[in-house]
Write a protein that binds this ligand. Structure first.
Ligand SMILES: [Zn+2]
Length: 137
């Protein structure tokens, strides 16, 4: 839950389309369609922890599928589209930071994440630059 919510923050710190992701018990990663030269582990760690320190409460927002169609920029993950057919779509809002469709479970306040550290950045292909994080605390 803490790592998952941290990935929302990571997707905001790195401003590039998300091309993949995974969560393991002790670490998590996102892949970005971005130039390797734009990824700097120390900066990403610092900026993500600065967001965590802002201690914002997460919210759940529901919109209709029509509203989502009208705002395609809400979907950050290129390969994963939110499920359609139920008439409405669940968004997770981290006010002032992030808003995107997500059916996952999140911390109530991003301060609960505690802190993260980027452990590795790897080139996994033209459209996959992999940023791996662990919880710092
Ligand atoms: Zn989520």
């Amino acid at each position: 839950m803490r790592l998952h919510t941290a990935l929302h923050l990571l997707s905001c710190v790195v401003s590039a389309p998300v091309s993949g992701g995974n969560i393991a018990p002790d670490r998590a990663r996102l892949d970005f369609d971005i130039d390797m030269a734009l990824l700097e582990a120390q900066r990403i760690t610092h900026d993500t922890n600065a967001l965590i320190a802002s201690a914002v409460a997460t919210e759940t927002v529901w919109i209709t599928e029509e509203e989502l169609e009208a705002r395609p920029q809400l979907v950050k993950t290129m390969s994963v589209q939110p499920p359609r057919g139920a008439g409405r779509v669940r968004l997770v809002k981290i006010p002032g930071i992030d808003l995107q469709p997500c059916g996952g479970t999140h911390v109530g306040n991003i301060a609960e994440i505690g802190g993260i550290r980027v452990t590795r950045i790897r080139n996994e292909g033209k459209r996959n630059k992999r940023v791996e994080i662990v919880l710092a605390a």
